[in-house]
Design a protein around this ligand. Structure first.
Ligand code: SF4
Ligand code: SF4
Length: 396
């Protein structure tokens, strides 16, 4: 079933203004993800950082709520939900005390860390053991990573990962922002090699004007190789999250209904709460500069349904990819169609949608149903139920 698009409500709420009775519940479904931005400071300067938009990066460095205010918010709005916390930033490990305090205060929650990996070796062993997933940002191989992040960063991160890998309780996922069209199949594949510390690779297409025709062709050539590699094995899954997720959605569309009420799989329309250091809550971490996106406040202890929803202006229901894409990314769709930013739509949103449709067609060429029928039970289970889907956007 396709969820009916809901209108974006350009309503301004105040701290003293709770949602009206009869409004949609603030959290849709059984799960809730608290993405705590422990600081908006970062110790690196990645050239493409999305928090640079609206000058969010670096704007708040101190937490303005305390852990008991967060606990009161959880009691009031998230009771009975399967709650998990993602530590996010800036660079979240720059505020380790908040991370450790939250892990002690909410011992039954799941925890994920999104980090640049440079300070991971300073985390205590007990905390590393409690993390269900660690997402480490990396841009591909050494040359491209150091080009975006600074000289020596790739090796520093790899050294840290070798140190902490045996201490991690959960999975380790490489998070690649695929900005550079020169990123090769080999350097992405290398992140999943036998000697790599990573269990999974997740990539996202950069949300920037980097999609000229030559760049699109280069990316399609790499995608073709990745997809062929994915379908080459049936005994073991090639752990590339976006391909796993898309194949899962094609074979088991019920999962997208169950986990996100059929809405976008980055959870911004259903159950993702980005808590800024000030305690203000927004659905998408890249849109915290827009006042109309505010959906709650920890200090004021209020929460309303996410304002970031599909609208009739968006083209998704008529798109060939909709049944498995489900309208990722809502930020891009909002800027391109709701805000009607023609330049962003033509140079960023439409090329990414073209790449998504290409991925779907290329997957179909490999016969996913027949592949699944030959796959080992372990590979089938991992494809269907992988927990990492809950922590990332699934769609690239
Ligand atoms: S590919 Fe683009 S237009 Fe199609 S469903 Fe996905 S986000 Fe919507
Ligand atoms: S995929 Fe979702 S969380 Fe990520 S930028 Fe887009 S709307 Fe925001």
């Amino acid at each position: 079933m396709i969820a009916s698009p809901l209108p974006l409500a350009p309503v301004h709420f105040h701290d003293s203004c709770p949602p009206k009775a009869g409004a949609e519940p603030p959290i849709v479904g059984a799960r809730a993800e608290l993405q705590l931005l422990t600081t908006l400071k970062c110790n690196l300067k990645c050239t493409y950082c999305s928090l640079g938009v609206g000058e969010v990066l670096g704007s708040q460095t101190e937490i303005q709520y305390d852990i008991e205010q967060l606990a009161a918010f959880v009691d009031a709005h998230l009771a009975g939900k399967d709650v998990y916390i993602t530590f996010y930033g800036g660079e979240p490990t720059l505020n380790q005390p908040l991370m450790l305090e939250a892990m002690r205060r909410f011992p039954s929650f799941r925890f994920q860390l999104q980090t640049n990996g440079t300070l991971l070796d300073d985390m205590p062993a007990w905390a590393l053991a409690r993390l269900s997933n660690v997402l480490v940002s990396i841009d591909g191989g050494e040359a491209i990573t150091d080009g975006y992040r600074g000289r020596g960063i790739y090796r520093q991160v790899m050294r840290n990962l070798a140190k902490v890998r045996p201490l991690l309780g959960g999975t380790l996922t490489a998070r690649v922002t695929w900005g550079n069209p020169d990123t090769s199949f080999e350097e992405l594949d290398q992140l999943l090699a036998e000697d790599s510390p990573f269990d999974y690779l997740y990539w996202q297409f950069v949300a920037d004007e980097m999609y000229g025709q030559a760049s699109l062709d280069q990316r399609k050539a790499v995608l073709r190789q990745l997809i062929a590699r994915f379908f080459a094995a049936t005994d073991r899954l090639y752990p590339l999250i976006p391909l796993m997720g898309i194949v899962r959605n094609k074979l088991f569309p019920d999962r997208a209904q169950e986990l996100y009420a059929g809405r976008t799989q980055c959870r911004v329309s259903t159950h993702l709460l980005n808590v800024m250091p000030s305690g203000e809550i927004y659905p998408c971490p890249d849109m915290m500069y827009l006042p109309q996106m505010k959906m709650g406040d920890v200090k004021g202890n209020w929460l309303r349904a996410s304002p970031l929803q599909a609208t009739p202006a968006m083209p998704c229901p008529g798109c060939e990819a909709y049944s498995w894409c489900r309208g990722n990314c809502m930020k891009n769709l909002y800027l391109g169609y709701e805000k009607n930013d023609a330049r962003y739509r033509q140079n960023v949103v439409e090329p990414i949608c073209e790449l998504l449709c290409f991925i779907g067609q290329e997957i179909d060429r490999h016969g996913p149903q027949a592949w699944f029928e030959r796959a080992s039970l372990a590979a089938r289970k991992q494809l269907r139920d992988c927990e990492v889907y809950e922590y990332v956007e699934i769609m690239p």
